[in-house]
Design a protein around this ligand. Structure first.
Ligand code: UD1
Ligand code: CA
Length: 461
């Protein structure tokens, strides 16, 4: 079996510079969803027909699916779905016995591999297999024509249909499997004498019937599975549907979701036991939450691991970070890439971290910037502490041993080291090493001027 995915269309009604198949559902382009379903079947080859915006599609594959073997065909002008499949024909093995060509549409993203497998299960070299849908929402879709013996005899596009035909509720999903030996001869016979002057793939049904081949229609009634995306409304519909399926699955696995409609998973979320997720939470990429993790409202987490018994409080943003157990983060904390927090750490409100390791039991409870640093255990980073990691040209590192205390409103000018038990007085600027157990004070000494007269506003002005 070989798979051909059609992805050459612009998607005019998306009103976008991006080719339609690169618009995303749950963070993955439509073409990626179709590909994933195709990969679940044992396809010898996967062909993708591209045209509009092909460079963007190649770039997506290069960056996100570098290992994926794809045979590319180019359809320079989008002359119809039949013409599109024709572009892949030279690369298809027509002679192999009972080689089936499964045609998928790049804009029908949620097709289930199980459905495709059952469509293919009865396929042989005398049969064209067709996936159809019964729906009252048949607008814009090709209608299935059957004869008195209920056999499929043709597909008629809505634009070419009579009023009576338009009432037919069985429609073409777009998905079919055609014996490789028949495909090219059929496609060569298709004409573009229709309202859209396009070469319709769907016309091969009529040709196959005329030649005495059997049409094996598998009919389903799940509209979502074969819903094509032609505009942003349909994209939004499938996005929500997909999200609901994901959160339903999480709930079935025992995750408590305060409001399943207000959680988005764009990627893979793995949860331990007794995880609680509040409203308006976004997960992207690959995220793992340990047992008893609590995620507060309005949190975003991307490509990160959160250890057991940790609480992520409201408004926190975490990216490419690894957080230990029994840790508290937020509210309103921002962990940027390369943040590693060991266990029992506290990172409080308005604290930003980047490329930093914070040792067990250490705390930065309020208002701090901690970048390019290694911090030992049980340290205390006071409010308003800034790790000055950047000299305008290069980033430098700050190293803190264990039990270091940084008083509020201090600046640590990297590169600098503060050894175990170092203590920095509030308001200090630390530029040189602080040895073990020492106090660093670097601030202007206070002087008091007695009898100070406050400035007054000039009178009569
Ligand atoms: C198509 C079917 C219709 C079916 C519907 C299901 C035809 C003629 N019609 O209509 O019966 O009910 O899908 O969603 O097949 N494409 C190309 N090159 C082209 C034209 C299209 O690669 O020249 C690709 C598009 O990128 C898209 C897919 O084929 O991924 C479907 O094309 P689209 O124009 O959306 O077809 P529909 O009008 O929806
Ligand atoms: Ca379509």
């Amino acid at each position: 079996m070989e798979v051909v995915i059609l992805a050459a269309g612009k998607g005019t009604r998306m009103f976008s510079k991006k080719p339609k198949v690169l618009h995303t559902i749950a963070g993955t382009p439509l073409i990626g969803h179709v590909l994933e379903s195709a990969l679940m079947l044992a396809a010898q080859k996967i062909h993708i027909v591209v045209g509009y915006g092909s460079d963007q599609i190649y770039t997506y594959f290069k960056e996100n699916r570098p290992q994926q073997n794809v045979i590319w065909s180019v359809q320079d002008e989008q002359l119809g779905t039949g013409h599109a499949v024709q572009q892949a024909c030279p690369n298809i093995d027509h002679d192999a016995t009972n080689n089936q060509v499964l045609i998928l549409y790049g804009d029908v993203p949620l097709i289930r591999p199980e459905t495709l497998a059952s469509l293919l299960s009865d396929a042989d070299d005398k049969t064209v297999s067709l996936l159809t849908l019964i729906t009252t929402k048949n607008r814009g879709l090709g209608r299935i024509l059957r004869n008195d013996s209920d056999e499929v005899i043709a597909i008629i596009e809505e634009k070419d249909a009579t009023d009576a035909q338009k009432k037919i509720t069985e429609v073409n999903s777009g998905i079919m499997a055609v014996p490789a030996s028949l495909l090219e001869p059929f496609l060569r016979r298709i004409e573009n004498k229709n309202k859209q002057s396009e070469y319709y793939l769907t016309d091969i049904i009529e040709l196959a019937v005329a030649d005495g081949y059997k049409i094996n229609a598998l009919t389903i009634d799940d509209e979502i599975e074969v819903q094509g995306i032609n505009d942003k409304t349909q994209l939004a519909l499938l996005e929500r549907h997909y999200q609901m399926e994901t959160v339903d699955r999480l709930a079935e696995e025992g995750v408590t979701l305060r409001d399943p409609r207000r959680v988005d998973v764009r990627g893979e979320l793995i949860c331990g036991e007794d995880v609680v997720i509040d409203a308006n939470v976004l997960f992207e990429g690959s995220v793992t939450l340990g047992n008893n993790v609590i995620i507060g409202p309005n949190v975003s987490i991307k490509d990160s691991t959160i250890g057991p018994d940790t609480k992520i409080l409201s408004g926190t943003i975490i990216e490419n970070s690894k957080v230990g157990s029994e840790t508290i983060i937020g509210p309103y904390a921002r962990l940027r890439p390369g943040t590693i927090l060991k266990n029992k750490v506290k990172v409080g409100n308005f604290v930003e971290t980047k490329k930093v390791v914070i040792g067990e039991g250490s705390k930065a409870s309020h208002l701090a910037y901690i970048g390019d640093a290694e911090i030992g255990e049980n340290c205390n980073i006071g409010a308003g502490t800034i790790f000055c990691n950047y000299d305008g040209a290069t980033k430098h590192k700050t190293i803190l041993g264990d039990n270091v205390f940084i008083g509020s409103n201090s600046t640590l000018v990297a590169p600098v080291t503060l050894s175990d038990n170092a203590f920095v007085a509030a308001g200090s600027t630390v530029t040189v090493e602080v040895p073990e157990g020492s106090l660093a004070v670097s601030r202007v000494k206070q002087r008091n001027i007695s009898g100070w007269k406050r400035p007054k506003k000039p009178s009569g002005g």
